[in-house]
Design a binder for this molecule. Structure first.
Ligand code: SF4
Length: 76
């Protein structure tokens, strides 16, 4: 099974649109994006996209709020 997140090709965190610095980005990749389903399933961006089909660019994989709080906060 592919270890990469199903949103790997389009996620703004990885395409550079979110303006995350390289060290942080590499960390996210290692911890979430390239670490298999069990790990990318913990990413807040993934969780929000799974529920509402989109996620604001400023939400980071390790956002402290849970997915439902993010959805409420951004009125998604
Ligand atoms: S940041 Fe989250 S949603 Fe984006 S590719 Fe990585 S694991 Fe997937």
């Amino acid at each position: 099974m592919d270890k990469r997140c199903i949103y790997y090709e389009t996620c703004p965190i990885l395409t550079g649109k979110a303006g995350v610095d390289e060290a942080t980005l590499n960390n996210y990749k290692k911890i979430y994006c390239e670490a298999g389903r069990d790990m990318w399933g913990l990413c807040r961006r993934f969780q929000v996209r799974e529920i509402v089909g989109r996620c604001p660019v400023e939400v980071l994989p390790d956002a402290p709020e849970d997915a439902l709080e993010i959805i409420e906060k951004y009125d998604l």
